[in-house]
Design a protein around this ligand. Structure first.
Ligand code: UDP
Length: 314
């Protein structure tokens, strides 16, 4: 297959690049590097089956040759990033998604959209099932991402209905792993960096809000299985084990042998109180479920961060 991966230098995108290159496919990655990092793909730059194009999905170049599959992963994804790049986030979800859908149409390619659990907003149904329409503030600060992804889902299914385009829509719940940018603001890299440096661990709100964290290899396995199906409706992928942010902080502190203190900061606007995926559909459709427990995954990431931060010498 010849596969186009947008956001190919990002956290999840770069693991998808690795996956498909390993299976012998040809991969073209595009990324404008506003939040992605060339470092995430540099080990593939010599691979003759790989090509990296630095560009914006809002103004993509003509891509020669046929494409079989488009994985549309370009977007800032951490709240910190999309609050810093609100307009870019909305343009990527709207103009960028239309551009990629058009390329899929011209090539008769399958199109897979990376959507998000953020489409459920601050959910009133728990755990979240795919049929739930969500509880999103359309003018809140997070709306640039939430509404952007909701619009991208609407676009994707409209192309499917009107043109019979083959599509998948994956709603990705909190995912973590190596290659997350230190300083990207998300809770796991932030807590790990703070714990390793024995700096205060910043808990937002009372820390009783919950998230469910999926290790990157489990997510990639789920996404690539979904891409082999013709299932056109949104599908949740994530780890159904739910933790409070306080539990996460304690776990990371312990695994890092840290003496960091906890400091409590205001809860950001519209920060969801609970989040947990119902993955029954994915289990049935893909014969998939996450295998890596949080503690195991955190150990991998902590080791990676120690090296990244130059803290592995003592
Ligand atoms: N959070 C926190 N301290 C931090 C960063 C995040 O307590 O330094 C909390 C945040 O308020 C949210 C949860 O951790 O409730 C997950 O935040 P993240 O930014 O990782 O992703 P989200 O799930 O909100 O998109």
């Amino acid at each position: 297959m010849r596969i186009l991966i947008t956001g190919g230098a990002g956290f999840i995108g770069s693991y998808l690049v690795d996956y498909y290159l390993k299976t012998g496919d040809e991969v073209i990655a595009i990324d404008n590097l506003i939040t992605g990092k060339e470092e995430n793909i540099k080990h593939n730059l010599d691979n003759k089956n790989f090509r990296f194009i630095k560009c914006d999905v809002c103004a993509p170049p003509r891509i020669e040759g046929n494409i079989d599959l488009i994985l549309h992963f370009a977007s800032p994804a951490s709240p910190f990033d999309y609050l810093r790049y609100p307009i870019e986030t909305m343009k990527t979800a709207s103009i960028g998604t239309i551009n990629m859908l058009e390329i899929a149409l011209q090539n008769n390619a399958k199109f897979l959209l990376a959507s998000t659990s953020e489409v459920y907003g601050d959910p009133l149904i728990h755990p979240q099932v795919e049929e739930y329409w969500g509880n999103v503030n359309p003018i809140g600060v997070r709306s640039v991402y939430d509404e952007g992804k909701r619009f991208a889902e609407a676009l994707t299914i409209a192309y499917h209905r009107k043109y019979n385009l083959k599509i998948n829509i994956v709603r990705i719940f909190n995912t973590y792993g190596e290659r997350m940018r230190p300083g990207d603001g998300r809770v796991i890299p932030t807590f790990i960096e703070q714990a390793l440096k024995n700096e205060p661990i910043t808990i937002f709100g009372d820390g009783k809000q919950t998230r469910s964290f999926c290790y990157i290899s489990d997510l990639v396995e789920g996404i690539t299985r979904l891409a082999r199906t013709d299932y056109p409706l949104p599908l949740n992928l994530g780890n159904p084990r739910e933790f409070t942010i306080l539990e996460l902080a304690r776990k990371i502190k312990e695994l890092c042998n840290s003496n960091s203190e906890f400091v409590f900061k205001p809860l950001p606007e519209d920060d969801p109180h609970r989040r947990n995926p119902d993955i029954n559909k994915a289990k049935k459709l893909l014969n998939w479920e996450p295998r890596i427990e949080l503690e195991q995954g955190l150990k991998f990431v902590i080791e990676w961060f120690k090296k990244r931060l130059g803290l592995d010498r003592n």
